[in-house]
Write a protein that binds this ligand. Structure first.
Ligand SMILES: [Zn+2]
Length: 349
């Protein structure tokens, strides 16, 4: 099969829809029978309100399905929520789903709760899509596909985190210091990232109660249902929550948008979780606040490492989302890979 033949099986639209084979659209709306969702981040949920009206089925992991309903910001009416429930087919990792001779499989990946990679077999061709990912023990590298479609969030050599293995240690040190000196530690981040932080702290033996507002509490319950071990966490709007806060020794988790209104009078110690930090694992932004570089994306070196281990015949980089596909394409081309950037002319990099 020629490169041109292979490229006939893949396209990426300007709205972020990734088309694979003849029947599947991934992470964006397109008039195709099956809409697959890799994970519950907003930039991968585009067009869902239209999609529920047209597609035959929507496929995602059970955790992602629950998160989409809980987060609520993509299904804007009762009828689209209803249609979503009707058309959703929760698919577990490694389960195979067949449609018109094409086979879909979801593979585990480290990103947020429920996140999956996509593997599709169509007409003797194997096509993988990483979705968003970071490299870690749970990320299964798709080996020897004909085409690998990859994210490129940190696709620029400037986006390297040589310190990434130390971030969790430093995060723990800051939290423990905050608990010891201030009693109250406030951690700000996005949905998914917050639960990741909770999991890390518990794995490393932090015992303080976790307090959080209702929405974060409900997402944490979903995380726990799908395998995160968190324990002792409370909804701040309940009696139990208020009681757990009474002696002033706890960790409060709140959404990133609240970080602007954090307290800077020494009554709390604050941590903001941000992926966009490449110089050091953590830095102080004022007397009472740390920025910690806890990322859920592969950095430049990990993107390259994934491709080296995967060894695809062709790489397609997603340029429809925030990222730096061009420098990544240059480096991969230098290493002897055949790289295309889509959408665009599909030009050879
Ligand atoms: Zn994501």
């Amino acid at each position: 099969m020629t490169i041109q033949d292979l490229l006939g099986y893949v396209d990426i639209r300007g709205n972020g829809a990734i088309l694979i084979g003849e029947n599947f659209t991934i992470d964006g709306f397109y008039r195709r029978p099956i809409h697959v969702i890799t994970h519950a981040h907003a930039d991968h949920l585009g067009g869902l309100n239209e999609s529920v009206k047209y597609v035959e089925s929507i496929i995602a992991t059970p955790a992602t399905v629950e998160l989409i309903l809980e987060l609520g910001y993509v299904l804007n009416s009762n009828s689209s929520r209803q249609l979503f429930r009707l058309k959703t087919y929760p698919l577990h990792y490694f389960e195979r789903y067949m449609y018109n001779g094409e086979i879909l499989e979801l593979l585990p990946v480290e990103h947020i709760i429920g996140a999956a990679q996509i593997l599709i077999e169509t007409k003797n061709t194997v096509i993988g899509y990483t979705g968003d990912f970071k490299l870690g023990d749970e990320t299964l590298v798709i080996e020897d596909p004909d085409i690998l479609i990859m994210e490129s969030t940190y696709g620029d050599p400037e986006y390297r985190r040589p310190f990434k293995d130390e971030v969790e240690d430093i995060f723990l040190d800051i939290v423990e210091y905050g608990l010891r000196e201030f009693g109250r530690v406030y951690i700000y981040g996005y949905h998914g990232k917050l639960q990741e932080a909770m999991k890390i702290l518990r794995e490393r033996g932090v015992m303080a109660p976790f307090i959080m507002p209702n929405k974060i509490y409900r997402i944490t319950r979903i995380a726990e249902k799908y395998g995160y071990v968190i324990g002792e966490y409370y909804n701040s709007n309940t009696r139990e929550g208020r009681e757990a806060m009474r002696d002033g020794y706890y960790i409060f988790f709140d959404h990133m948008v609240k970080a602007r209104r954090r307290r800077l009078n020494g009554s709390t110690y604050n941590i903001v979780l941000s992926g966009w930090e490449f110089k050091q694992p953590a830095r102080m932004i004022d007397d009472y606040t740390w920025l910690v570089a806890l990322s859920d994306h592969a950095d430049f070196d990990e993107l390259i490492e994934y491709v080296e281990r995967s060894n695809p015949k062709i790489i397609v980089l997603d340029a429809s989302r925030e990222g730096s596909p061009k420098p990544l394409a240059r480096e991969l081309t230098r290493r002897g890979f055949k790289v295309y950037i889509l959408p665009g002319a599909g030009e050879l990099a």
